[in-house]
Design a binder for this molecule. Structure first.
Ligand SMILES: NC(=O)c1ccc[n+]([C@@H]2O[C@H](COP(=O)([O-])OP(=O)(O)OC[C@H]3O[C@@H](n4cnc5c(N)ncnc54)[C@H](OP(=O)(O)O)[C@@H]3O)[C@@H](O)[C@H]2O)c1
Length: 319
C-alpha cells in the first residue's frame, strides 16, 4: 500500500510502498480517510518525543478518521508500530475508536481531535468545574485557540489568554478570551502582568502549552510573598513544551502558594480518558462547529509539506 515512511529521524517521511498491515488478535483494519500532522507526529518522527521507540522504518501518524470493515466511520488511534495513520490502511483496536458524528467531515474531525482533546483532557485532569477561572499559556496555536473556545463553552468564569504573536492574540477575545497577556515584554513586566492576573482574576486552572521561560515566569508570579495563609488552589496542567523542555522551579513557589503541578498527555491521562475527551469534543462540534483552520493535502505531498507550519492552521493528509 502507499504510505508516508520515516526512514531517518533527520529527514521528512517519503511517500512510497509499505507492507500492508497484518491484523492481529483483537485488532481491526481501518481504511484511512484523513490524518492530522500534529506537533506530536512531527516530534515522534524526529525521534525526540518520549513515546519514540527509536526503531526505523515506520509509518508516522498517531490518529485519524477512517472506515472499519463494517462501514462505520470512526476516529481512531494507531496502536501498533510500525503502522501509523499516514497510509492507505492502518490497524487499531475497537476500544481505540470513537464514532464520528455525521455533522463532522473526515478532514475536520481529523484536524480537530488531537488539539481539542488537549484542553478537554487537561480540564478533566484538573477536575475543572464551571465558574472557575482559566489562564491559557500559549493560546495562539491550534490547540491554544481551541482551549480558549472550549474553556468558554464549558462555563469558565474568566478566560485569560497569553501568547507571543500579537496578531493571533488580538483574535482571541472573539473566541472567548476576557483578556490577553503578551509574552513579548520584559521579564519583570511579564511577571507583574501574570501576578496581577493570578490575583485579580483569581486563576484556578492553568493550561500550559509552552513550559520553558514563559512557564517559569508564570510559576514565579504564582509564588506568594509575605507568608499569608490559605493560598487558593491553582492546578497548573502541563500539556506542551513549545518554549522549552526544562525549567527552574524555586521551592518557595510551591511552599508559598496553592500550586499543584499536573501533566496531561499519553501516560498521565489514560487512553480511555483521552478518547472520552475526543468523544465530548465531537458532540460539542456537532452542536456548534469550533473555529479551526484546516489545510487538507494529498498524502503524496507529505515530504514537501512536512516542514510547512502555517501559523494556526492544521495540515491534514488524505491517502
Ligand atoms: N498533551 C496533549 O494531550 C497534547 C495534545 C495536543 C497538543 N499538545 C502539545 O501542545 C503544543 C501546541 O500544539 P498545537 O497543536 O497548538 O501546535 P501549533 O498549532 O503548532 O502551535 C504552537 C504554538 O506554540 C507557540 N510557540 C512556539 N514556540 C514558542 C515560544 N518559544 N514561546 C512562546 N510561544 C511559542 C506558537 O506561537 P507563534 O505562533 O508565535 O509561533 C504557537 O502558538 C505542542 O507542544 C503539542 O505537542 C499536547
Amino acid at each position: 500500500m502507499k504510505a508516508a515512511i520515516v526512514e531517518a529521524f533527520d529527514h521528512p517521511p517519503r511517500y512510497a510502498d509499505f507492507a500492508e498491515p497484518i491484523v492481529g488478535d483483537g485488532e481491526v483494519l481501518v481504511d484511512v480517510k484523513a490524518a492530522g500532522l500534529h506537533q506530536v507526529v512531527r516530534s515522534l518522527a524526529s525521534g525526540r518525543h518520549y513515546g519514540s521507540t527509536g526503531e526505523l522504518p515506520f509509518v508516522p501518524g498517531l490518529d485519524g478518521v477512517g472506515r472499519l470493515a463494517n462501514g462505520q466511520r470512526v476516529y481512531f488511534a494507531a496502536t501498533r508500530p510500525p503502522y501509523g495513520t499516514f497510509a492507505a490502511r492502518s490497524i487499531t483496536r475497537p476500544a481505540m475508536c470513537v464514532p464520528v458524528p455525521d455533522e463532522l467531515d473526515d478532514v475536520t474531525a481529523a484536524a480537530l481531535a488531537n488539539p481539542a482533546m488537549s484542553s478537554g483532557a487537561a480540564l478533566m485532569r484538573a477536575q475543572f468545574v464551571a465558574g472557575e477561572n482559566i489562564l491559557i499559556l500559549g493560546a495562539t496555536g491550534v490547540a491554544g485557540r481551541l482551549a480558549v473556545e472550549i474553556a468558554r463553552r464549558r462555563g469558565a468564569g474568566r478566560v485569560i489568554a497569553a501568547g507571543r504573536d500579537a496578531k493571533a492574540l488580538a483574535e482571541l477575545p472573539a473566541l472567548g478570551a476576557d483578556s490577553v497577556i503578551s509574552l513579548n515584554q520584559e521579564q519583570d513586566a511579564l511577571e507583574k502582568a501574570f501576578r496581577a492576573a493570578v490575583a485579580e482574576a483569581k486563576i484556578n486552572v492553568v493550561l500550559d502549552y509552552l513550559w520553558g521561560q514563559p512557564a517559569e515566569t508564570l510559576l514565579q508570579a504564582i509564588g506568594r510573598k509575605g507568608g499569608s495563609f490559605a493560598a487558593p488552589r491553582i492546578r497548573f496542567v502541563q500539556i506542551g513544551s513549545m518554549a522549552g523542555e526544562a525549567i527552574t522551579l524555586p521551592a518557595a513557589n510551591l511552599r508559598s502558594s496553592g500550586l499543584e503541578l499536573l501533566g496531561s498527555g499519553f501516560g498521565s491521562a489514560s487512553p480511555q480518558q483521552l478518547l472520552e475527551a475526543v468523544g465530548e469534543i465531537f458532540q460539542e462540534a456537532a452542536r456548534k462547529p469550533f473555529q479551526i483552520s484546516v489545510n487538507p493535502a494529498p498524502l503524496e505531498k507529505v515530504e514537501s509539506l512536512w516542514n510547512n507550519s502555517e501559523q494556526g492552521v492544521r495540515l491534514v493528509f488524505q491517502p
